[in-house]
Design a protein around this ligand. Sequence first.
Ligand code: PFF
Length: 435
Amino acid sequence: MQRDSFGSRFGALVVIAGSAVGLGNIWRFPYMAGTNGGAAFIILYLVFVALICFPCMIAELMIGRRSRSNAPTSLRALAPGRRAWDWTGKLFIIIPILVLSYYCVIGGVTMEFFTRSLGMNPPSGNWSPVVWTAVFLLATGLIVVFGVQKGIERFSKVMMPLLFIIVILIAIRALTLPVRPGAEYSAADGIAFLFRPDFSKIDGKTCLAALGQAFFSLSLGSGVLMTYGSYIRPHDNLAKTAGQIAFFDLLFAIIAGCAIIPAVFALKDNPLAILSDNTDSALVFNILPDVFPQMPLGSLVGAFFFFALILAALTSSISQFEVPVSYLVEEKGLSRTVACAAVFCIALVLGMACALRPKVMSAFDGLCANWLMPLGGLLALLFVGWVLTRGDLSDELSSGGTHKVGERFIAVLSFAIRYLAPVGVIAVFLSQLFS
Ligand code: PFF
């Protein structure tokens, strides 16, 4: 059977950036940056992306592309006869399914808010979160069932640019909000909150917050980058693709910050309390629906915002969905349609538990973002650093000799993959353990 692949490097770029850019950028990044030292947090985030996440991205993409198969099969094929890695591979099926099962609940809530922002009044009851979860999952499955190039890539190529344009327009609207008479703060104070570096806020906890944010935001350690890596064409430049994805992910988070924080400052009386209180999705789902109606053209901006959020969530959820689908198709011989139906059913059952029991949802989130994803990232780093060879790394970076890569770059990256990044991830682990 001919294996599907991305049609172009641009296709690979938008699809992987689509997985990275998601709810993590829109609701998590703005308040994390705002409350953890503003620009100082952003600088830390950049350092961690360069030193830890970039090597981890290369490691995961490379595992996929080297074996051109789904995540578990890749590990088995690249380390034949080593049962521990065979078992490790299964983790990269479990993690995306777990993430999907709560991500689709938030995606469903976003869809519900979108319909409300259009002035519709969908019936709501105890079961409505389950229904919205099912609708969101169905939308995800319907994109994935069309395949990598005709479904995922085609959808992302149209929706990612659209998502960028919408969020830029909302940021412009937020930044140009007039000062309310008698108000203590303005939109400009929001920008100051986000960008003024406050180095006094930087401590161990802030460092770890920045690293955790970078991990979640780049979809690291979930099997997604391995799976998507396996669809990257053999001659495409991996390092360049990884670098551009990290850049776009950060750029998008900053633009989303400029869309949200200034609006809260311009239109709310107690912005500092609101932003420092946010530990949950409250900012996006409790505060913003209240903020939009107060601004000129507010209902239009609100509708566009929730539409953008749906797009961001969908391009991430399709990546989580594709990981087990590719496994079921390649390893278990299911047709793509049957595999999609199976993943839909599993995620729906788990998603129901998350939709009906918020505690289950936050337990899943804590388990995945704080434990399983860093563990997955660490294992991928160890695999590339200690099971594969430096020759494998240089072969992948140069795409089999298609382009020139400096020896020094390979040496630095190899050091980061073997030592620096694993130690960084272990530090996050330890901090979670003792916090
Ligand atoms: N990177 C996504 C975001 O920032 O919203 C979240 C995510 C996507 C996590 C895919 C895990 C994953 F497998």
